[in-house]
Design a protein around this ligand. Structure first.
Ligand SMILES: [Zn+2]
Ligand SMILES: [Zn+2]
Ligand SMILES: [Zn+2]
Length: 138
């Protein structure tokens, strides 16, 4: 587990710091999408809001985690499983958000359906969030 965090940071060209490693460890341990407040609560040591924010921004920028858009403005982040690189994500999967527990999940086996844009529009990114009830709450 420890080694995994270190190699992820190195592979993505980030120097290893206690905070980065700590936050990455939380993602690896839980295997879930996490919000800012989840991380402030779980990562060891006193992590202030700004530090968590900056670290997450760096991870997103380097292709380590991706953002799951939610309707309530509380962003969730999840580890990238595809080969995302610096400044370029390939997370084309569907995201699911449960009404009951509020948990966001990456549905990695389900790709976002392709859309055909009218002439003149050029797609850069597409995302899909499905809202409903997860298996735990059903
Ligand atoms: Zn990604
Ligand atoms: Zn649920
Ligand atoms: Zn995802």
């Amino acid at each position: 587990m420890e080694e995994q965090a270190l190699s992820i940071l190195r592979d993505h060209g980030l120097s290893v710091t206690t905070v980065r490693k700590g936050i990455l460890d939380v993602f690896l341990k839980t295997g879930q999408a996490l919000s800012h407040s989840d991380l402030e609560g779980q990562a060891s040591g006193q992590l202030d809001r700004v530090t968590v924010y900056r670290t997450l921004q760096a991870f997103v920028g380097k292709g380590i985690i991706h953002v799951i858009p939610t309707s309530d403005n509380s962003l969730r982040y999840a580890l990238c499983r595809d080969a995302c690189v610096d400044g370029h994500h390939h997370d084309r999967h569907v995201h699911f958000i449960c009404h009951h527990c509020g948990k966001a999940t990456c549905i990695n086996q389900l790709d976002v359906p392709s859309v055909r844009l009218p002439r003149g529009y050029r797609m850069q990114e597409v995302s899909m969030v499905v809202h409903g009830v997860c298996p735990n709450c059903d």
